[in-house]
Design a binder for this molecule. Structure first.
Ligand code: XMP
Length: 514
């Protein structure tokens, strides 16, 4: 297995992701956990030293244990990792004045076409790379030679072939370095990895880790019916069976048929112990008269915690709380001073609950990206229709109903949403779209249907493409699709007489309306 020593770069997880794509098993460990004893126990077959925010020239800045350089294994230093390697092996790094951010081109050093991990590069005479550094190497450590240089980094690519130590100043793990993947692949091949690790192996490893963490304790899991918590629940159930109990809170803000679908799948299909907490009147009661978006969110969050706590008490003696936290939810993986300090986007977290209840977290997906969670879900045999589901926010339809929420509006919204999604499926567009839904607007407009006047709600269709939900663009439906959908909604849903299409991107808009 391969060790990634994390010096705290924002993109360390991308290294792991690229390696998983190459079917190589790796683990990320923060530099301060990588002690000599750790190395002996972990026995890495190769290691990558990540980038990081510190300057190697600062006193007390992070280092890898010297032992890492004496293990006889191939090493690959990236950005800060290159600089740490250089200093620790006897070279020199200079601080400041050499900042280089963004795209740069690396040219081969005289006499070097590139070998080892640089094999196959420089086909066009130079390599496009993504730089992000303030310091740079100024004297190579003994044994190293320069393979490539950029205007800002005379030692952009360096190698000590005899020891199989390689290092680069740029970031091969990001998409903006087109041949970065090639370098990582070259590295793992020369380190002897055949690429036989798969999602099936991930599943087995994750199961072993869950068993080890949990022992014979009980675990509760808040199930939203979304892909992430569902995959986490099925995985954990596979690991510890009925030590797991799921709590599904129906706050009355779910989509049409959603509660039945989720309960049927978990209770009937998977046989996972499930508490179905029907709390519709509690939530809708508390939301009566509330129209401010933040008050809505906070009310829902507070009630969710209360309800969850009440039902979790029925499980009795649970010591762990399971969550389907994904990597993009983990804002920061390493803070250089204090070690891994993890903050999760507040809207994804059952805020404050673990501490309040004295629970520890089980988060088996926290290293994965959404598409990898879907692959794991397929591996676990979750139905394809479930795995491909669009994300659905915790506060549910409440944030798709600007203004006051009423049972009447929710009913109209559910029906309109079902028609829109049906249209999208019928046209084979569902999987091309990140998320699609209807928002019911707090405004009634005049229409004419048959020979009569109508005075009904207007609604907005929202459909976006996105990679991670952080940025998004509206989906370019054909006019014919939009026209057909508007007609269907107005004909099939009583209470709506006007349909609009929201063509705002994110930013400046957000995906949800509130
Ligand atoms: P926005 O509206 O911020 O949404 O562009 C980005 C993504 O996050 C989802 N979202 C939420 N998910 N709890 C959640 O679990 C929430 O409170 C929440 N708010 C937004 C949204 O559906 C989109 O996928």
């Amino acid at each position: 297995r391969l060790l990634i020593v994390d010096f705290g770069s924002q993109v360390t997880q991308l290294i792991a992701r690229r390696l998983r794509e190459l079917n190589v098993y790796c683990e990320i460990h923060p530099f301060h956990d990588v002690t000599d004893a750790f190395l002996d126990e972990f026995a890495p077959q190769a290691a990558i030293l990540s980038g990081g925010p510190a300057s190697v020239t600062a006193t007390g800045s992070p280092r890898a244990p010297q032992r890492l350089f004496e293990m006889g294994i191939p090493l690959f230093g990236i950005c800060y990792g290159q600089q740490a390697m250089t200093i620790q092996l006897g070279g020199h790094v200079e601080a400041g004045h050499h900042a280089e951010f963004g795209r740069a081109f690396v040219a081969p050093a005289p006499g070097h076409k590139g070998d080892g991990i640089f094999a196959g590069l420089f086909q066009d005479g130079r390599e496009e790379v993504w730089m992000s550094h303030g310091d740079r190497v100024t004297t190579l450590a003994p044994g190293f030679e320069v393979i490539g240089t950029s205007p800002g980094a005379p030692y952009a690519m360096i190698a000590d072939e005899a020891r199989r130590f390689y290092a680069v100043q740029f970031h091969p793990e990001v998409h903006h370095t087109p041949h970065g993947r090639q370098m990582l692949e070259n590295f793992v091949r020369l380190a002897g990895f055949t690429g036989d690790w798969t999602m099936a192996s991930y599943r087995n490893d994750a199961i072993a880790r869950i068993r080890q963490q949990v022992g014979d304790a009980k675990v509760i899991c808040g199930l939203s019916g979304g892909v992430d918590s569902s995959v986490a629940a099925v995985l954990i159930h596979e690991a510890i069976g009925d030590q797991l109990t799921c709590v599904f809170v129906d706050h009355g803000l779910l989509r049409q048929g959603e509660a039945d679908e989720v309960v049927a799948m978990f209770r009937d299909h998977y046989n996972i112990p499930l508490i179905h907490a029907d709390e519709q009147s509690l939530f809708l009661g508390a939301l009566t008269g509330v129209s401010d978006p933040e008050v809505k969110r906070k009310t829902i969050g507070r009630l969710f915690i209360e309800v969850f706590q009440k039902h979790a008490a029925e499980v009795g003696g649970a010591r762990f709380l399971a969550q389907g936290t994904l990597y993009p939810d983990v804002i920061e993986s390493v803070s250089v001073s204090g070690g891994p300090s993890v903050t999760i986007k507040s809207h994804h977290n059952v805020g404050g609950l673990p501490e309040k209840m004295g629970l520890k977290l089980v988060e088996p997906l926290r290293e994965l990206f959404k598409d990898e969670v879907r692959a794991l879900g397929r591996e676990l045999g979750l139905p394809a229709s479930f795995i491909g589901r669009h994300p659905f926010p915790g506060p549910g339809l409440a944030i798709r109903c600007p203004g006051e929420i009423t049972p009447e509006k929710l009913d109209i919204l559910r029906k309109a949403d079902a028609v829109f999604i049906d249209q999208i499926r019928k046209h084979g567009l569902y999987d091309d779209i990140w998320q699609a839904f209807v928002a019911i607007l707090p405004v009634k407009t005049v229409g004419v249907m048959g020979d009569g006047r109508t005075y009904d709600f207007a609604c907005a269709l929202r459909a976006v493409t996105s990679v991670d939900g952080m940025t998004a663009d509206y989906y370019p439906f054909s006019h014919q699709f939009l026209g057909e959908t508007a007609t269907r909604i107005i004909n099939e849903v009583r209470g709506i007489n006007r349909v609009t299409y929201d063509i705002t991107s994110k930013p400046p808009g957000t995906i949800e309306w509130e």
